[in-house]
Every structure is written in C-alpha cells, then in structure tokens.
Write a protein that binds this ligand. Structure first.
Ligand SMILES: NC(=O)c1ccc[n+]([C@@H]2O[C@H](COP(=O)([O-])OP(=O)(O)OC[C@H]3O[C@@H](n4cnc5c(N)ncnc54)[C@H](OP(=O)(O)O)[C@@H]3O)[C@@H](O)[C@H]2O)c1
Length: 395
C-alpha cells in the first residue's frame, strides 16, 4: 500500500469542485468560449504557458543544476507522512476559482483544479522515510507540500527540504498553522534586511500573516506600528505591537501615521497583507496614499503580499527569469517553499522559546462541509489568527 502511496503526492484527500469566482458571473464556465476572440486568446495564453514550461524542462535537462519552476532540485528526497492537521490559507480557497487569472481563463482553471486536493500547510507523523534523509518513522513534522499537491489529505508525500521537526511545545493543530505564513514573513524580512531598531508598519496585523509579522518584527527588535480593526486592537497590542491604529475608528489614518512618524521617524519597511486585486481590499489604496504622502512616511521597501495581477506577472518575471521590473521602493513578495527547512527550523526555535505564539480562530472537521466552511470563513477576511482542518482530531 505504501508503494502505491509513494506514487502520488497525497491520498485520502477531499476533492472539491471549482467554485464560481465571487462577484463574477456564475455562468462563466458554461459561456466563456462563446466568442472567437476569447477562444484564440485562451489558446494563445495557454500555449505561452505550455511553451515556457517546456523551455524550463529543456533547460533543466541541459543544465541539471537549474532549479525547476518551484525550485525543485535533482536529488530531492521525500518522506511519507500521516497528516494530523492542515492549516488553511486564503490561497487554498482562491485556488478553487482561479484567483490570479483573467476571467476568460477560467475553463483552464476548471480543467486544472477539478479532481485535485487543496491545501499546502500540514503537520503530521512520518511513516516512511529513505535512510539518511534526517527523518525516521514516528517523527512529528510540520511544513508544506508543493502547491497543487494537496495537504488536506490522510497521507502526503513531502519533500524533506519543505519540512522540519514539529515544535515540541505545540500541538499538531497549532504547528500546522505556521509554515506558509511564517515562511512568508521570515523570507520577506530577510530579503529586505530588517535589522534591530528599524521601524516597521504592518497592515492587516490581526490576520494570518499580519499577526505573525508583528511577532517576528518584535523578535527582530524592530519598532512595530500595526493597523487592524478596532475589535482586534487588544489582540494586536498583546502580540507586542508598539502602536496600534484602528482603520475603522480613525478619522484620518494618514494623519495618525504622520503623528507616529513625527515621534519615531519614518517607516523603514511596510508589510501590507491587506491590499490585493479584490476591490474590497484595493479600495483603501493604502500603498498609493502612503507613498504619495508628504513628508515621506516610508524610506525603505513597501512589501505587498497580495497585489494586483500585473504585480503577480512582475513577481513571476523576477522569480523565473531574474528580471526585476518593480518600481523602486515597492515589491510583491512571494513565498518560496523549496529549501525552506532551515527557515522552518528557525520558526520552530521561535515557537519553542515562546517568542512566536499561535492563535487558532476555528477548528473544522475533515469533511467536504468542514473544508467549505473553512474557506468561507477565511474569505470573509475577518479571521483573527488561523483556521485548522483536523484530519486526526486531537483529544
Ligand atoms: N505573496 C505571498 O507569498 C503570500 C503569502 C501569504 C498570504 N498571501 C496573501 O496575503 C493576503 C493576506 O493573507 P492572510 O492570511 O493574512 O489573510 P487574512 O487572515 O484573511 O487577514 C486579512 C486581514 O486583513 C485585515 N483587513 C481587512 N480589511 C482591512 C482594511 N480595510 N484595513 C486594514 N486591515 C484590513 C483584517 O483585519 P481586521 O479583521 O482586524 O479588520 C484581517 O485580519 C491574502 O490575499 C493571501 O492570499 C500572499
């Protein structure tokens, strides 16, 4: 049975059908290829993606040291794990409606997504591992599995460079919430050289990535100003934020930011987990308002993690071709899973030394209804901390 399991990324998972993109026509799947132009555009875009894919494979075949699209390396080792819990992220839900692709590409999404299992974050127990890989059967681990492989499953096959030993002081439910958001924050701060005493502004400080960003910025001894809804002000303060601004109580957020600036100086880094291409998020135009404000509110990098589609195209150009066309002082940061074991060990250390704490907003059962409810809650954009799918319920 285990040999069969090894041939797949995950088994015993729950497969969800694609769902219509919120706020868009629900008949999209039936009616998109009705015009010739759409049909040709769909074909052209599809062909470009396929050509880039084949080109990457050809290059990797010629030069094996070139990492694949997700940074795969030739000698990667895999372990087979029994999953105990899966952590829910917005990307899991967005996966079901092709969040980043143009409307007319949705048939491609449907074709690609149907019959696949969702989920990236997991925690569980190794049941089979190749000798000398650093893990043995019985080890408790946490980490991610490559996108589109599906961690909301009974068993997963995980690359050893995507996982680490689970923090000893945490339950499986707590541990599974950390990898994706923790890696995003650690890598974004490392790439932008966050150092002691710098001034960081975290937008969306009560959400899944934001609440980890506040804690890790404090671990890095930065001064943290945080923006959240007023009902979460106390929660964010307790995470260690030095100043908490409430967007729903403030008459003028920019004025409040300038007051902080006049005392503590401009921000060295802004970590924005709110802005996205969704109008409900982009209406606030935090980036434009902060960048255009005089005197200067920010001297360093404005990091977006959920930008508009053009930002994602630039992020792909940067990742796959090394071409950085982002305007100076702004970037869309995109988490990297391959070779993340060292960063997961760092996150484990933060947890075991009680510097990084986890807040679980909801625990949901491993059923189709449970996963759909988890996605519904996640997409309200009002989750405080993280949502967990319990595959092996904890006693
Ligand atoms: N690029 C990457 O590698 C990467 C990695 C992780 C996540 N992401 C993306 O980043 C985004 C955030 O992810 P997440 O897991 O942190 O989401 P989340 O848990 O849903 O958090 C969203 C937070 O945004 C806050 N918010 C909503 N409207 C706001 C407003 N008008 N002003 C200020 N805050 C507002 C909410 O705070 P209140 O409830 O307090 O209002 C909520 O806590 C998602 O789009 C996700 O897909 C990208």
């Amino acid at each position: 049975m285990q040999a069969a399991l090894y041939s797949k990324h995950s088994t015993g998972g729950i497969r969800l059908a694609t769902v219509p993109r919120p706020t868009l026509s629900s008949t999209i799947y039936e009616s998109t290829s009705t015009t010739i132009i759409r049909f040709f555009l769909f074909k052209i875009i599809n062909s470009v993606f396929v050509c880039i894919g084949y080109l990457m494979y050809l290059l990797r075949w010629l030069i094996p040291t070139i990492p694949g699209p997700y940074g795969e390396v030739a000698d990667r080792q895999w372990v087979l794990c029994r999953v105990h819990c899966g952590g829910v992220n917005p990307v899991d839900a967005k996966f079901l409606y092709g969040d980043k692709l143009p409307h007319f590409c949705l048939p491609l999404v449907k074709w690609f997504v149907e019959d696949r299992i969702c989920g990236i974050d997991f925690s569980g127990v190794v049941i089979e591992a190749p000798p000398g890989c650093g893990y043995t059967a019985g080890d408790a681990v946490f980490g991610t599995i490559p996108p589109f492989c599906g961690s909301f499953a009974e068993y997963v096959r995980a690359p050893t460079d995507f996982i680490s030993h689970k923090p000893k002081n945490m339950s499986f439910a707590e541990a599974c919430t950390i990898p994706l958001v923790g890696l995003t924050v650690v890598q974004a701060f490392e790439d932008n050289n966050l150092t002691d005493g710098q001034h960081v502004l975290v937008l969306g400080a009560s959400g899944g990535t934001g609440y980890v960003a506040v804690q890790i910025a404090k671990i890095k001894k930065a001064r943290v100003s945080a923006l959240a809804g007023s009902r979460n002000a106390e929660f964010v303060k307790n995470l260690g934020a030095d100043d908490v601004l409430c967007y729903d109580h403030s008459v003028d957020i920019l004025k409040d930011l300038h007051s902080i600036r006049s005392i503590h100086g401009p921000f060295d880094l802004v970590f924005d987990s709110v802005s996205s291409h969704d109008p409900q998020d982009s209406n606030f135009a935090y980036e434009t308002r902060i960048h255009n404000s005089k005197p200067k509110l920010i001297t360093g990098m404005y990091i977006l993690i959920g930008g508009v589609v053009t930002d994602w195209i630039l992020a792909h150009m940067k990742r796959f071709f090394g071409i950085d066309w982002f305007a100076k002082g702004r970037q869309l940061f995109w988490v990297r899973f391959p070779n993340s074991a060292k960063r997961l060990e760092l996150l484990r250390y933060f947890c075991e030394t009680n510097q990084l704490k986890v807040t679980i907003a909801n625990r949901l059962p491993f059923t189709e209804e449970g996963i759909r409810e988890a996605f519904r809650l996640q997409m309200t954009r009002r989750t405080v901390g993280k949502i967990v799918i319990e595959i092996v319920p904890e006693k």
